[in-house]
Design a protein around this ligand. Structure first.
Ligand SMILES: Nc1ncnc2c1ncn2[C@@H]1O[C@H](COP(=O)(O)OP(=O)(O)OP(=O)(O)O)[C@@H](O)[C@H]1O
Ligand SMILES: [Mg+2]
Length: 296
């Protein structure tokens, strides 16, 4: 079993040090070099939860750090949303010095979420356990926790399925309770990629992003889905590609009774945004018909 030193305490793999041990042993004075602290900064490192978490689809990309001895540092919020907060997390393997940036999307607990998306999207999604179904329907605290966890699980599973099909989504690294750790879309210094709505794009770049968005929407359609909340705020622009995010509410075009309405709305949002920027788009109805044809 590998061991490493951090803040003057010996840790076994996966075993967090007891609080008392942390208190008894003082930190090394900062003039003594401590390779881990120097590598990732002095505060807030915790052992990676990867080993005990649900993992994303295989083949696991080579950049994913799987060691149970890795350390996570929360670098602070990227964005506070209505239903979840997204933080930048840096994962570091002290054995080989590798690091990876992750986006931690944490669904809010019962008291801190707005449930504006729950009603329509939850239709057709039922849990087999009737106690949970009842609690969800009456929005008790327990029911709200079930819903929040379901959103996280659904988003994680969905992103995994889409990633496997080669659709431009962040790789889903792991799921623990209401927290998803996703591939960070941005630059190595931790600057998140801009949302399409805010990305500074020339006319040529706008046309290229339009084409890529259409490809992504058609690829979703071929898998039988529409995004369900497609907007220039849920599309990131990383260098010269687009990446779809915020996918908990992905709508199954066959099963969901409101599937066609969600598809029409997604197409309207996308076409209208690009058309306002004088991109040569198509009518939303045309795009929707292509999506349906792609799914056949
Ligand atoms: N993988 C990622 N890499 C980089 N940034 C990300 C990633 N995922 C999310 N973000 C950032 O966090 C923001 C919120 O993420 P997301 O849309 O998934 O959550 P949300 O709670 O639904 O937010 P909102 O209520 O604003 O729609 C995104 O707009 C984006 O700026
Ligand atoms: Mg969003």
């Amino acid at each position: 079993m590998s061991r490493f030193r951090y803040e003057g305490v010996d840790h076994d793999d996966h075993v967090p040090p007891p609080r008392s041990a942390r208190r008894r042993r003082p930190r090394p004075p900062r003039d003594e070099p401590d390779p881990v602290v120097d590598a990732i900064g002095p505060t807030g490192a915790t052992l990676s939860t990867y080993v005990d978490a649900v993992h994303g689809p295989e083949p696991t990309p080579a950049w994913v750090i799987t060691s149970g001895a890795a350390l996570d540092v929360d670098r602070g919020p990227i964005k506070t949303g209505k239903e979840a907060d997204v933080h930048l997390v840096e994962r570091h393997d002290p054995h080989d010095g590798r690091r990876a940036l992750l986006a931690a999307k944490r669904y809010r607990d019962a008291d801190h979420r707005l449930f504006h998306r729950d009603v329509g999207y939850l239709e057709g999604r039922r849990t087999r356990r009737t106690r949970e179904t009842r609690a969800m329907a009456t929005r008790t605290d327990f029911g709200r926790r079930v819903i929040a966890q379901q959103w996280a699980t659904t988003e994680f599973d969905t992103i995994g399925r889409l990633w496997t099909r080669g659709i431009a989504v962040p790789y889903p690294v792991q799921l623990t309770g209401r927290e998803l750790l996703l591939e960070f879309i941005g630059t190595p210094d931790g600057t998140p990629a801009p949302r399409l709505a805010e990305a500074p794009l020339s006319d040529d770049e706008l046309s290229a992003r339009w084409e890529q968005c259409v490809d992504a929407v058609l690829a979703l359609g071929a898998a039988g889905y529409t995004h369900g909340d497609l907007s220039p705020y849920n599309i990131l622009v990383e260098d010269d590609r687009v990446v779809l995010i915020d996918l908990p509410q992905v709508v199954d075009l066959v099963v969901n009774p409101q599937g066609m309405e969600y598809l029409a709305r997604d197409c309207r949002n996308l076409c209208a945004w690009f058309a306002r920027r004088r991109v040569d788009t198509v009518e939303p109805e045309q795009l929707a018909s292509w999506v349906l044809a792609a799914g056949r």
